[in-house]
Ligand binder design. Sequence first.
Ligand code: COA
Length: 356
Amino acid sequence: MLNSKIAGIGHYVPEKVVTNNDLTSVMDTSDEWIQERTGIKQRRYADKHKETTTTLGAAAARIAIERAGITAEDVDFIIFATLSPDYYFPGCGVLLQRELGITKTEIGALDIRNQCSGFIYGLSIADQFVKTGMYKNILLVGAEMHSMGLDFSTKGRNVTVIFGDGAGAAVIQPTEEKDKGVLTTKLHSDGTYAEKLAFISPGSHGGYHAEKLGLEDRFGFDKDIEFGEIFATQKMMDDRQLYPEMEGQFVFKLAVTKFPEVINEALTEVNLKSDAIDMLIPHQANLRISQFVAKRMGLSQDKVFNNIQKYGNTTAASIPIALCEAWEAGKIKEGDLVCLAAFGSGFTWGSALIRW
Ligand code: COA
């Protein structure tokens, strides 16, 4: 069987920089609180009339395609990971195909909704397709336009200050070099805590899960909901319930356990120890989480790449943006062992080991 490798990588972040101080003009927060708890100094917001999740993804994809030495017409499969799609349906995969001007129809487009672990799940899917010889140029994109779906009142501050917009992309191709490319991917999920970090409404749940779990007060479901209103009622809008919700401390505690666990699982699979890692690219959820994971893994700070200070948490885009910046800065060289790891909403988590 062939191995798969990342043949080209690119990233794009919107021009507009939003600092912590900028946020203090719309909600009760402070630069000190945000930096101390998360490490974030600023994030980027897209231009709401000229950019979408798809166009951010396309900008990153064009760079990845060029660096892979192919053209958009060579792409034979698209995997698009996002939690902030342009439309409820269809997904961003087909919109990206159109945006890139790919007119051939002998191509598949798949959208995946795995939030922070989306890029790793996508890489794992791409790896399987390449290994079996089904596809030769898979375009994997992680992109988010969070700024359109955040609550900018003080009620939403615990979530809103963390997230930013951006996109990253990679072209996955086969390689005949046995020890190169994706060595392994490990994927996990646990739906028990689905509502601990979630964007509940709009959706078709009609209050079912909340009632079963006794969460009506938290999510404030409208018992008089009618068919046709299942996605969102006026009451939900008035009560500002159409936004993401997060139990931060719960997520934090689980993240710092699951990151090391899933990294070690991948290392064990390929008979390596953590000192073999040349560069760890953790999903950029919180600088404190990354520092904790680095310490637990016995990795010095120069072996862990972080850029959350500049971009906040860009969910599915965070790993490919960080991977791309690390590579552009010369911090990833041929032959290096690169480890990707993520944990997020679902919960879903995963890791990948790549011999660059
Ligand atoms: N600015 C100022 N104060 C804020 C705030 C903000 N943006 N957000 C919350 N607060 C307040 C809270 O209201 C609370 O006030 P109180 O003590 O008067 O009730 C206080 O700060 C502490 O809130 P808490 O949520 O306990 O803070 P925390 O130390 O857990 O930090 C997070 C919050 C979100 C930074 C942290 O829990 C975290 O990073 N969790 C993991 C999140 C994550 O990784 N999510 C993505 C996973 S992919």
